[in-house]
Design a protein around this ligand. Structure first.
Ligand SMILES: Cc1ncc(COP(=O)(O)O)c(C=O)c1O
Length: 288
């Protein structure tokens, strides 16, 4: 597990470099946290230096852009997006993986469908069949790798395709709300820093000044019917699934997020006036 960066709240790249030197990982997973892009150039330089496969979790960041104009989801060898309810686009459940590597693409097509090869293009399919010398009768149900059953249904595809038309508007509105939260709450709570990047968040994540301060804010939000929750999962290294296997993971910034973090709502229909109202509740400037 890697420490948390104090700027973007993604992985700490100095710590990643130490881990690369010590453990020589084959693969590194990084998260584009809450629609705030992580340090693309530095990550790619480390990938080049240590030769790991880079997996980009952009699940909650669709539409966000790096300052050079490239979209999140184009940094890793593969990148994932979630279309679970509440994300930038939703098919209720579901998601997608991006890659520009043909070999990985073919593996992904097989992985999502039991490990069979039926979805591959003709050339790749013929090659696998020939390499393994599979006869006509067995071909359709030959499993080349251990796979899952993760295909979207036609209904999910229909719902998702309809939303692509408004994806640009969704990104713009979420960006505007994110900036409005930041300008209202600057100096009162802490939040991610995006520099020249273009953030597109699913929620505005903030850190209260203390555990006690978070309790006060959360109770004001709840009293006013404004939804809130912990910041993502907080420090995953403090959850039972991790602690019971590896012991607890201690890191100042991960623990700050765990003990002081909370979410504020962001969605495209949320107006700037509503963001202002929520911020006045957060700051205790207004009673119910
Ligand atoms: C960073 C990140 N990764 C992965 C996921 C999981 O996505 P899904 O629920 O589609 O499996 C989420 C869900 O919000 C997420 O925020």
């Amino acid at each position: 597990m890697i420490k948390t960066d104090k700027g973007t709240y993604g992985i700490d790249l100095d710590h990643l470099e130490e881990v690369c030197k010590a453990d020589k990982p084959d693969a590194v997973i990084f998260v584009q946290v809450l629609g705030v892009p992580h340090y693309k150039e530095k990550l790619l330089a480390l990938k080049e230096k240590y030769g790991f496969c880079l997996l980009e979790d952009a699940c909650a960041s669709l539409g966000a852009e790096h300052s050079d104009g490239s979209m999140v989801g184009t940094v890793g060898d593969m990148s994932s997006f979630s279309f679970y309810f509440g994300h930038q686009l939703s098919t209720i459940e579901g998601g997608m993986v991006n890659t520009d590597d043909k070999e990985l693409y073919d593996i992904l097509l097989m992985l999502r469908s039991h490990g069979w090869a039926k979805d591959l293009d003709q050339e790749a399919y013929d090659k696998l069949i020939a390499d393994h010398n599979i006869d006509d009768f067995h071909r359709p149900f030959t499993f080349f790798i251990p796979g899952f059953n993760l295909r979207s249904t036609d209904l999910q595809a229909f719902i998702g395709l309809r939303q692509i038309e408004r994806a640009g508007w969704v990104s713009q509105r979420r960006y505007e709300n994110h900036l409005r939260y930041a300008s209202n709450l600057d100096g009162y709570v802490e939040f991610q820093n995006w520099g020249e990047d273009f953030p597109v968040s699913i929620s505005f994540g903030a850190l209260a000044q203390s555990d006690e301060h978070r309790r006060e804010i959360v109770s004001r939000l709840v009293e006013n019917g404004i939804e809130t929750r912990i910041y993502s999962a907080g420090n995953l290294g403090r959850h039972p699934f991790w602690v019971e296997r590896y012991g607890s993971f201690e890191d100042e910034m991960s623990d700050n997020i765990h003990t002081r973090g909370f979410f504020l709502p962001n969605y495209p229909e949320l107006t700037l006036e509503e963001v202002d109202f929520i911020c006045s509740i957060v700051k205790g400037l207004r009673k119910k």
